[in-house]
Design a protein around this ligand. Structure first.
Ligand code: ZN
Ligand code: ZN
Length: 348
């Protein structure tokens, strides 16, 4: 199979996993350190994020309410009462109807609870500043985008369009996170969870959000009339959080429209190299791309995580405290991957 060069070097979902059937060292420490070099493109993403965040900070600092107010407001949407209520509800459901039974204080749950704290304290400010910086930069570089060609349309059609296009942009960003090595290095952390639960929704590298900024583009294009109302936005965030729950729900017929926990679990399948079920809330983009795999009734839940543990994980025998694991996981994308590429036959 001839693979274009850029694809050959950008096989993240494949390269980060160990060749099937070969025994791999479960320790990320042993022997790996010497081979790893600086991943320059990962640092570039960090630098770009810092630049955008600085732009965002400056823009917010000159507004009457200031950055602090903006960060609090964003936090109330991203991890506000509705989202926390869903987390509490899912934690209860995971006790009653678990897909994979495990104790509440399992190491994976504790690590992802720490990520919830990181999300509130670090990711929310990062997302706020990045988002503002991205908006300022886009409007400066492409002022034509705010001409609002759809201003005459009824508001509800623009809102519907904004939700759908935002979801489509999230799909594209997620797809690229699985196809481009630089992005994958930041996204791999989310996939490294072997004990998936509702808390895994918050297990994300703060810098992964840089690539998802494109999801804001439809709003710029549709203008303020296409701005997604707060209630709709909260429902959207709730629907994007719930699929991580450790339950067998496939949502019945609705599961062919919305991403369900069973459907998203297959995206986290440690044995599936293709990167299927990339949808955030709607399934349609996976269907259009031929990347939708629906759960079959009665089948056992798939094992999640990354084979060969290319990202340091809390389940390793020598993992150390959850804070040590956190630090190692957050700095991991800055270094070249530990795993060798897969043999040709294992590729798609
Ligand atoms: Zn993914
Ligand atoms: Zn996920």
């Amino acid at each position: 199979v001839t693979v274009p060069t850029f694809l050959a070097i950008a096989r993240p979902a494949l390269d980060s996993r160990a060749p099937a059937g070969r025994e791999v060292s479960r320790s990320p420490k042993a022997g790996a350190r010497r081979r790893r070099g600086v991943a320059v493109s990962s640092w570039a993403i960090g630098a770009l994020s810092a630049l955008l965040a600085w732009q965002g900070w400056q823009a917010l600092a000159s507004s009457p309410d200031g950055p602090r107010h903006a960060i609090t407001a964003e936090g109330m949407v991203l991890v506000g009462p509705a989202v926390l209520a869903v987390v509490a509800f899912a934690l209860l459901a995971e006790r009653l109807w678990p897909a994979v039974p495990r104790p509440l204080n399992s190491v994976g749950h504790r690590q992802d609870a720490l990520y919830l704290a990181v999300y509130v304290l670090v990711a929310v400010p990062v997302v706020t500043l990045l988002g503002t910086g991205f908006a300022v930069t886009v409007l400066r570089l492409a002022p034509w985008i705010s001409r609002h060609p759809f201003a005459g349309f009824p508001r509800w059609t623009l809102v519907l369009l904004a939700v759908l296009l935002t979801d489509a942009c999230n799909w594209v960003a997620h797809y690229l996170n699985h196809r481009l090595g630089t992005f994958w290095r930041y996204h791999a952390l989310h996939h490294s969870q072997e004990e998936m639960s509702i808390l895994t929704a918050f297990r994300a590298h703060p810098l992964v959000h840089a690539s998802f900024q494109v999801a804001a583009l439809p709003i710029f294009l549709l203008g303020t009339a296409g701005e997604i109302p707060l209630a709709v936005l909260v429902v959207y965030i709730v629907l994007s959080t719930l699929p991580h729950a450790n339950v067998r729900w496939s949502f019945g017929p609705l599961g062919h429209l919305l991403v369900s926990p069973s459907y998203h679990r297959m995206h986290h399948d440690e044995a599936d190299l293709r990167g299927v079920n990339l949808g955030t809330v709607f399934v349609i983009w996976d269907l259009l791309a031929g990347l939708a795999v629906f759960p079959t009734k009665g089948s056992a839940p798939v094992a999640t995580g990354l084979r060969g543990r290319p990202v340091p994980v809390e389940q390793s025998p020598d993992a150390g405290s959850c804070f040590e694991v956190l630090v190692r996981q957050l700095f991991d994308p800055l270094w070249k991957p530990t795993q060798q590429p897969l043999p040709e036959e294992a590729r798609r």
